[in-house]
Write a protein of this length. Structure first.
Ligand code: NDP
Length: 322
């Protein structure tokens, strides 16, 4: 069984939903294969957050992640986008039309927009997926403001940990917990954090499990000192993980050009048009937007912005071929 579409969007976070809205309004009747994403429900990483206070247009308290994603999806559907909550199992991008499988069902498309996002690396302890947004966080920019005048733990020793720890000192005190004494972070960012009097440093500590309040929310970590072997409770009001992100690009290995860190290469570096930013991947007709191709900004609003770009790129590319 095979169904053909002009445009298929893979992924339904802010990038995919925006790409769906724009391609739907352009009359391209996109099919959105929505289920591939942060390992959670369709809608991507924002389904794992609570209030979003930094998406423009929602004053007086913001909007919840699931509600924003639900609204974006509805808006795209209002213009004719079709959503299927399924995980893509395989793609074949070296043929025309492109082929996409969901188990045994095959779809073909003239253009594909990839918006499969990225997921935060987790420690892999304690069933932690269920603790996210319950005292455990993976994005300081998103959730830091909930910890005004509170104590926070940041786990990690890379640039993200330094950046997030420094950012979080706007709100309260930060205890940076890292498993070694050496840092992967760049010298500049490490120095900047080191000079910050609101950051304390707890080194050589490997987290073992989360400490929890009676209501199940996270209030610290139990960690083992890698030198002495001693196990201690490190308490705080909330814990931020900053141990890296993993782009959801396994599906495209060997088919699309990727950076060493697994993110998709887009724009003129991928063989797209020169002279302006664009969402072309190394296969013409396949476009990528959102966190799957962005390890720098990683914000809902930037993902939505590139989703819009991908839709316009796809629409123009299709029009040129017709
Ligand atoms: P990194 O991979 O650089 O660092 C991850 C950190 O998490 C490491 O210190 C690592 O420890 C630690 N870690 C990983 N797994 C575990 C674990 N299971 N338990 C405890 N600790 C763990 O990721 P980042 O997100 O920090 O950075 C990714 C890329 O993005 C880098 O290239 C970085 O330079 C870039 N970046 C740039 C920024 C900027 O320029 N403004 C801001 C943020 C990121 P260990 O060192 O022991 O392996």
């Amino acid at each position: 069984m095979s169904e053909h579409r002009k445009v298929i969007v893979i992924g339904s976070g802010p990038a995919g939903n925006t790409a769906a809205l724009y391609t739907a309004r352009a009359g391209l009747k996109p099919l959105v294969l929505a289920g591939f994403g942060a390992g959670g429900p369709p809608g991507g990483q924002l389904m794992l957050t609570t209030e979003i206070e930094n998406f423009p247009g929602f004053p007086s308290g913001g909007i919840s992640g699931p509600e924003l994603m639900g609204r974006m999806r509805q808006q795209a559907m209002d213009f004719g986008a079709e959503f299927k909550d399924v995980d893509v199992s395989r793609v074949e991008l070296k043929q025309s039309p492109f082929a996409i499988w969901v188990d045994d069902t095959q779809y073909t498309a003239d253009a594909v927009i990839i918006s499969t996002g990225a997921r935060s690396r987790l420690l892999g302890i304690d069933g932690e997926e269920k603790l996210i947004a319950r005292g455990l966080h993976t994005c300081a920019t998103c959730d830091g403001a909930f910890y005004r005048n509170k104590k926070m733990i940041v786990i990690g020793g890379g640039d993200t940990a330094m950046e997030e720890a420094t950012f979080l000192t706007r709100f309260g005190d930060v205890n940076l917990v890292h498993r070694r004494e050496e840092f992967r972070a760049s010298k500049t960012m490490l120095e900047r954090a080191r000079k910050n009097p609101k950051i304390t440093w707890t080194l050589n500590e490997q987290p073992l499990e989360y400490l929890k309040r009676e209501n199940g929310t996270v209030c610290g970590i139990k960690a083992r000192n890698t030198k002495s072997g001693q196990v201690t409770d490190i308490k705080a009001d909330g814990v931020f993980l900053a141990i890296g992100h993993i782009p959801n690009t396994d599906l495209f290995k060997g088919q699309l050009k990727m950076h060493d860190n697994g993110y998709l290469v887009t724009g003129h570096e991928a063989g797209g048009p020169t002279g302006h930013p664009n969402t072309y991947t190394s296969v013409h007709g396949v476009f990528a937007c959102g966190d799957v191709q962005d390890h720098t900004y990683r914000q809902a609003i930037t993902a939505a912005g590139t989703g819009c770009m991908a839709a316009i790129d796809a629409e123009r590319w299709l029009a040129e071929r017709e």
